[in-house]
Write a protein that binds this ligand. Structure first.
Ligand code: SF4
Ligand code: MG
Length: 335
């Protein structure tokens, strides 16, 4: 039995008026069943594009995809739209930042949860409605029987998020992709939704890809972390190793820009100087080199001439393992 999801040397590019944008450029990772992979990176790092590609939600007219995406052994990059339709909402489901992108204002919440269930399982209308009510109960909506007959606008923001989670999980998907699912919610509701997702993962056993720019959320939710920069992964490992012994200068920058849970909130965050590179014309060598304060510690001009590659459980950086350890311990950690 292989991994639930296996992405191999994925390249996704778009044709734009200004040229070809290499949004994902040589990305590989695996996700095991029942595990949560947190993907972090700034906007434009390729994290959302990767997941839209997994879901087959790219525009085939303008998108070129190379590489492999295997879900349970099935190749998705070459799957027909009709096959993807059978998978979406069934084997793979997605929850978004804004529930109103998933929920229609015109139908009752119950109907919107019942519909994918009927479509994918062949259940009757009544069975599907009962299932929708059951799911609303599971995601913690009080009085689910009555609430199922209401419309999304009658729900609070947090309740809508719960309803969208119910819709995503109604067919018991093997893979759940959550793209910044709690960013729009206040801190208390955010914590409740994250707890709910953890409980539901226990129950449903889905593999989860959790996309966020918030390392605190990742620390809480994920088993493994992949840090993306400019279309590929720069660091990957268990939550423990990446958060406590990070190896890549970009990850150091992210950690530095994160408020500590115990820190004085008045202390300003230190953003990483510079901005993410253009993917129309990405930098040579290491894509992080224009922003990296450590490139002069690498011999020769390798950071500018040679693209570092990510091996298994390492980081894509030319610094030696000893340099990575020493710089992190002596110069980054104490701050
Ligand atoms: Fe910095 Fe060079 Fe490592 Fe890239 S390869 S992160 S430029 S030290
Ligand atoms: Mg995004």
């Amino acid at each position: 039995d292989g991994p639930l999801l296996s992405v191999r040397d994925l390249h996704v590019s778009f044709k734009t008026e200004d040229g070809v944008v290499r949004a994902v450029d040589g990305l590989s990772f695996d996700l095991e069943r029942g595990r949560t992979l947190g993907i972090v990176g700034e906007s434009g790092s390729g994290k959302s594009v990767t997941n839209l590609t997994v879901l087959g939600l790219h525009n085939p007219m303008f998108t070129t995809i190379e590489g492999e995406i295997l879900l349970d052994g099935q190749e998705l990059t070459t799957a027909r739209e009709s096959e993807m339709e059978k998978l979406r909402g069934n084997k793979v489901a997605m929850i978004f930042q804004d529930p109103l992108t998933a929920l229609s204002p015109y139908y009752t919440v119950g109907r919107q949860i019942a519909e994918p269930y009927m479509k994918h399982t062949g259940a009757s209308k009544k069975e599907a409605w009962n299932r929708a009510v059951e799911m609303l109960g599971k995601v913690g909506i009080p009085n689910p029987k009555a609430r199922a007959g209401e419309y999304p606008h009658q729900f609070s923001g947090g309740m809508r998020q719960r309803a969208m989670i119910a819709m995503a999980l109604v067919c018991d998907p093997d893979l759940l992709i959550a793209d910044e699912p709690t960013t729009a919610l206040d801190v208390t509701v955010q914590a409740q939704i994250l707890d709910l997702l953890k409980d539901l993962q226990q129950e449903f056993g889905s593999g989860i890809i959790f996309i966020t720019h918030d390392l605190g959320v990742i620390a809480d939710m994920a088993d493994d972390i992949m840090v993306m920069y400019a279309g590929s992964a720069v660091e990957r490992g268990s939550v423990d190793s990446v958060l406590h012994a990070p190896e890549h200068p970009y990850t150091w920058g992210l950690l530095n820009s994160m408020p500590r849970l115990d820190s004085d909130p008045s202390i300003a965050l230190t953003p990483i100087p510079g901005s993410p590179p253009s993917l129309l014309n990405p930098p040579s060598g290491c894509r992080f080199h224009p922003r990296c304060p450590f490139q002069d510690r690498v011999e020769g001009n390798r950071c500018v001439t040679e693209r570092p590659l990510l091996g298994a459980g390492e980081s894509a950086c030319h610094l030696t393992p000893a340099q990575k350890r020493d710089i992190f311990v002596d110069e980054i950690k104490p701050r």
